[in-house]
Unconditional design. Sequence first.
Lengths: 331, 292
Amino acid sequence: MKIYPYKRLNRPITLRVTSVSLRLPDGTRDRLETTAYSTQQQAVALGIAGHDDWSSATIGLSATLPPGADAPDAAWSDLRVLAVLTDGETNVRTSTELTRDTENGRDWSGSVEVLRDDHLGRASLAVYAVGTVDGVRGRSIAETDRSWVVDTVSDEPVRGLRLEVQKASFSRSSRDWLRVYADAPWVVDTSARVPTVFVNTDVEGVMGLLDSKGSGVDSKVRDLLVAQMATDVWTAVFHSAIGDLEVEPGSGPVFPTDWQGEVLREMLPDVVPGVHVEEALRQVHRRRTGESGWAELQTRIHYAAVRRAEASRALGYVIRALEQMNRESET
Amino acid sequence: MITQPDHVPERLALLPASAVDTFLTEELLRGEQVHGGIDLAKVVEELPEDDARWWVEPIRSLVEDAMFEFREDRTRADAWLAPRLHATLRLTRREAADKRLWNHLALAVAPDYVAWRHLREPTARHPERRIAAERFRGPADRQCFSRLWWAAELFRNGPDYGPVEIACGNQDLIHTVLRLDLIDHRPTAQALVRLLERGTVTTGREINGLSAAINAAGATLIYDVLAPDEPRNPARLREWIDEAASAPPVGRHELPEGPDEDPVPEESVDALTAYFTELFETAPIRGRKNGD
């Protein structure tokens, strides 16, 4: 827990998205369906309507302050509520003031503008309640505990790691570098902007298997295959994120601002359990660059990857499906 | 020292990081030999034909001028090139965040500039002459060209590149501050430049100490309230980008003009400058005795 040198509200602000609309090149607006955002995931997907030429998006917000913000004996004055949109990839930071819905109410609302030219992937949205405390202006007295994710590309509002799957004939691809992997069924590329799995269409039937639907054994095998790929991806992204860490002199490694940071925050609790992610990051970095302990950590990294890929579940279903099939063929 | 590749493309393109390794050879990193360019051209993704911004010639000519002008003092080239590169290669932030563009610029268009600017002379600790690979393909604040473009983007005050020149004239500032989130707030960036201009902070240690203090204070203070910024009008940037096709080459002696966006409100810069000065006076700085 952080300690603050002044009085604050001790509960977080809740933030909800109430509407999303896109401004199109002809000046018209397209108000997106409510499926464009998810309160449970705390995510907004601006790609949902299939427009790829929108110029800006307006996201309507409603924020509820925790009780006590207006208490007569509150330690602060000049209460203001700010929505702040940030994007580490494009160094964007814009803030908008929200206005109170009713006098003395706890709900504040307003909207933020997301300019398409300003983002390549994801931005995050947080809300701060700010006041003057002990004569100091601009003190943050409460904030959202988890930022919303605003994805400018995705067509589904999910906050988890986005993964791209591409198919290609490795032996004939225009991507020269794939040719050396011609005998592999898939490879993972973590150097692209989002981690990408290339599936080798030279392996006969692989696409048929991956596209298989329904409830037969095929689909169970497909799920197992997908879990295997996902395990590879999680392992690879973890390693590349740890390998690319920037180290701040004096204070140690810093979390990357793009998907690599997301991956680390998600996996580190399984890799080094029981400590804060910041401390976990320092420990992992020390083990990788120090003299010992890196090899021992591999099992934990693999464990974190297997959990995320839900490999046990996929394996369980395949085994059950095989048992059932065997039973049926015996009778 | 290497020269430009035999084959320099006419237009900028996108070079994916996964395709970079073949060309980022040991010989190149030692500044001894560069690829021929033909094979690299086969693995790039083309950019739209009808966009004048992707012509390579204006950029090539800029880097050649820089190499000539600053042959005696290579680090000074940053302050000259940053605003001129920014005004030549008119990009949205969305475009500039695509690292493939910078990979292509560094490896296909001007690897000789990367070597000229970043080849490290041998030292006792690193006995080999070498260019760090991140200068070709790396984080935005380290890669040879993207660090200059972003420095210009984050330190310009609307159309005025003056602050960029000052910021880039101090290696410690762009080295430390570009990677920090605090710089994303325009009034903060301008206030930092002002402190540098006034000589309040000069050395690397002072800059490190000050940025650590600004960051620490930022954990409880919302600078957007202390020093509000105006919302940006995206149309101004678009107009400037659309003028790229008819714009003359950037001046070599005078600073070019950036997009006609509103400058940072003066009151906000003043407020933060005063606040940072106060922070700096009480911040622990290595090598400085408190009470000086």
